[in-house]
Write a protein that binds this ligand. Structure first.
Ligand code: SF4
Ligand code: MG
Length: 315
């Protein structure tokens, strides 16, 4: 609710604060149990920062985070450690998140040791089980990360996230680094384990097709702001915000019978350290009105479950 993350920019010999980057600027949304909420946007839009804020891997500048009615933002270190069993993250680059000097077994065991879960024997058993869940086998437990392909490494990353039996997984571009053929396999694996373990996902990606494939609802971010959110079908078939429409019109449609109006985005993405006044998209919007340059459009529910922040739809 109202989540913000402002990073100070310092400079000069004295390292004085020169300004700030509003990486996440007043973002609010909820995720329903058992669903996948996609968050999509171009690089630098704040989607990864949002994911890290939710996990409290970085601290927010403002706003509240609730997990099953418990206020994560107010938790002490020890409360946070406890709740992290329930919230796990899968990263874009599994290689960077897996210790190269540790065997897969040691890597997978680690979250259990951190949380004091199970005896040595129980931990080993769980490692074996989770390797099988992600399509590997206990044979792989004694190997090292470099002995695996990118897709296999992401499977290990997913197994690691599953070790503590989490309820929520925040996946930050989990397939972006993989070949397209492997992407589908990993996405299908994520879908299968979601059903098997009744997981809730927040799925962050820049690829609109990938987000559509996996999500029940999806939100679009631009320059630190959530600008539209709806059920996936609604968002992709009936996008409202000019930025969403432009993003989607850039995606080729395989069906030649479907005609989509073409929206273009002109100009470059402004710097997040100096975002445009009013609507952050106004410098690139083909429908910009006077009010857009001065007043920030409120993020509002237009029709049931379809939210947008654009003066064209303001109530
Ligand atoms: Fe375009 Fe104005 Fe809507 Fe922003 S608020 S997207 S500038 S029409
Ligand atoms: Mg990112």
């Amino acid at each position: 609710n109202g989540l913000k993350k402002y990073f100070p920019i310092t400079g000069g010999v004295l390292g004085r604060k020169k300004g700030e980057v509003k990486a996440v600027d007043d973002v609010s949304f909820f995720v329903k149990k058992g669903e996948t909420l996609g968050i999509v946007g171009e690089s630098g839009c704040g989607k990864s920062t949002t994911g890290r804020l939710l996990m409290r891997l970085i601290e927010s500048s403002d706003g509240t985070i609730l997990f099953e009615d418990k206020e994560v933002t107010k938790m002490s270190k020890s409360e946070l450690r406890k709740i992290r069993r329930d919230m796990q993250m899968v990263f874009q680059d599994p290689y960077a998140s897996l210790n190269p000097r540790h065997t897969v077994e040691k890597i997978l065991e680690e979250p259990l040791i951190v949380h004091g879960i199970g005896s040595k024997q129980e931990r080993k058993k769980r490692v074996k089980e989770m390797l099988e869940v992600v399509g590997l086998s206990s044979y792989h437990a004694r190997r090292y990360p470099h002995q695996f392909s990118g897709g296999q490494r992401q499977r290990i990353g997913i197994a690691k996230a599953l070790m503590t039996k989490p309820k929520l997984i925040i996946a930050d571009e989990p397939v972006s680094a993989l070949d397209v053929s492997i992407q589908a396999q990993v996405l299908n694996l994520l879908k299968d384990i979601q059903t098997e373990f009744q997981l809730t996902y927040i799925f962050i990606a820049h690829d609109l097709g990938v987000v559509r494939h996996i999500s029940d609802r999806a939100g679009v971010m631009y320059l630190g702001r959530l600008i539209e959110l709806a059920d996936c079908e609604e968002l992709y078939e009936n996008p409202k915000h000019p930025y969403t429409r432009a993003l989607l019109s850039a995606v080729p449609i395989p069906d030649p019978d479907i005609k989509r109006q073409n929206f273009s985005i002109h100009g470059e993405m402004p710097s997040p350290s100096n975002p445009p006044s009013g609507c952050a998209f106004h410098t690139r919007c083909s429908e910009c009105m006077d009010i857009c340059t001065v007043t920030r459009p409120p993020y509002q529910e237009m029709t049931k479950g379809h939210y947008t922040a654009c003066h064209l739809f303001s109530k």
